[in-house]
Design a protein around this ligand. Structure first.
Ligand SMILES: *Cc1c(COP(=O)(O)O)cnc(C)c1O
Length: 426
């Protein structure tokens, strides 16, 4: 069949029922799977046959949803994880071990920043955060012989910085390492990082993919393009025998599927952050309307950004859709159909006025979340990023007065009316 368009994949990708099967993706609500012979199950444990045996490693509902996400991104394989955090961790830990080094854009989701700067550091994996807008010659300097991966976000949460994916891919590949891109905010509807050279994509499906704020989840997608065997000494986990699997070598045995196979068979087996099949089912319902919702989120956010930009009480607005935004040029290249529904702004008078404004909102709620149907706001300096020092806040692109506004899919006139009455009170 002809390569389908993304709108069609959103609705019908993944689960493709045969005659007489359920039209809707079924939930395989079972921890385990039954076999007729001991040999058959043994083959599964040896990875000699593909199949299901225990939901901590794999479940069919999850795999159909992962297949849909892989189709949307144009990847060869994907897996679901219990959260976006688990996806970020697994994506890196699948190729890094103690003594290795990560290069990451500093404009990052707060949780990912902590994961790299604190938790992975304790595990012996070192990170260097870079200013993603630095010229290539500058960025080159942070690479070390033990650098194993480059990481960045298509649109950084919350700063709205757009990553120059081609530049980052060039840098990564020059140093023989893969580029991992967190594509949560853009979603594959608005950006396909593989088309620009990224090797692996991560998602927090808790955001636009779910879209209804129902289920925490994550996903990892592999393009299948990175050649682990080209520099086999660099990625021993993929190119050397795995003693915990009778000495199989993932790159040799699974080729383009090696990365996701290893993450499933080894990392998921040992760490167990699987998404529950029920949550995968809910995520799939969200995916069915992702293309419609993204369009509406972007239209509403654009109107909201334009409204805020000229309001006398507003100090500044960042949204890649604004022509004078720092990231407008990059957004035109990587996000021609729109970026996302999240914008940031500050109110004149600083931090206290921003907080007074938020408390006065009625329709827009104060919520620790972004990217769902309902509009919400959050003050990163006092909420998501409160663990960061002022220096780290600035490096992550977060001013102390910054309000993160996730514009939903309500009628934008009602949203603007709510913002207007709250600005009057600030
Ligand atoms: C929310 C988020 C995460 C973490 O996802 P969870 O599902 O909350 O664990 C990672 N990256 C980005 C860009 C996010 O917005």
């Amino acid at each position: 069949m002809k390569q389908q368009k993304r709108n069609t994949i959103c609705v019908q990708g993944g689960w493709k029922p045969k005659s007489g099967e359920t039209r809707v993706l079924p939930v395989y609500q079972s921890t385990t799977f039954k076999y007729d012979s001991s040999d058959e199950m043994g083959m599964l444990f040896d990875l000699e046959k593909s199949g299901y045996f225990y939901t901590r490693l794999q479940n069919p509902t999850n795999d159909y949803v992962a297949a849909k996400i892989a189709e949307l991104e144009g990847g060869v394989a994907a897996m679901l994880t219990s959260s976006g955090q688990a996806a970020s961790f697994y994506s890196v830990f699948n190729i890094c071990e103690t003594g290795d080094h990560i290069v990451s854009a500093s404009e990052l989701y707060g949780g990912t920043f902590n994961l790299f700067a604190v938790t992975m550091k304790k595990m012996g994996v070192d990170v260097t955060f870079v200013n993603q807008n630095d010229p290539e010659e500058e960025l080159e300097k942070v690479f070390r012989p033990n650098t194993k991966v480059v990481f960045g976000e298509t649109i950084a949460n919350p700063a709205g910085a757009v990553l120059d994916i081609e530049k980052f891919a060039r840098l990564a590949h020059k140093h023989h390492v893969p580029l991992i891109v967190d594509n949560t905010f853009a979603t594959p509807i608005n950006c396909r990082p593989f088309e620009w050279g990224a090797d692996i994509i991560t998602h927090s499906t808790s955001k636009y993919m779910d879209g209804h704020a129902l289920a925490i989840g994550g996903a990892i997608v592999d393009s299948g393009n990175f050649d682990w065997d080209a520099y086999p000494d660099m990625f021993p986990g993929l190119t050397m025998p795995d003693e915990s699997y009778h000495g199989i070598t993932y790159a040799k045995k699974f080729g383009k599927l090696a990365y996701i196979q290893k993450a499933t068979a080894q990392i998921m087996r040992d760490l167990g952050s699987i998404q529950s099949p029920q949550n995968a089912f809910l995520t799939n319902i969200g995916l069915e309307t992702l293309h419609l919702r993204m369009k509406c989120h972007c239209e509403n956010a654009q109107k909201m950004a334009e409204y805020l930009r000229v309001h006398p009480k507003v100090a500044w607005v960042h949204y890649p859709g604004l022509p004078d935004d720092n990231y407008h040029t990059l957004a035109q290249k990587y996000l021609p159909d729109g970026s996302c529904g999240v914008l940031t702004f500050g109110i004149k008078g600083g931090r206290d006025n921003s907080i007074r404004f938020m408390d006065a909102l009625e329709l827009v709620a104060i919520v620790t979340h972004v990217c769902d149907a309902r509009s919400c706001v959050l003050h990163p300096a006092s909420h998501t990023h409160r663990q960061l020092s002022d220096e780290q806040l600035i490096a992550a692109g977060v001013q102390p007065d910054l309000i993160r506004f996730s514009v939903g899919i309500e009628d934008v006139d009602d949203l603007i009316a709510d913002v207007e009455q709250a600005l009057d009170k600030s």
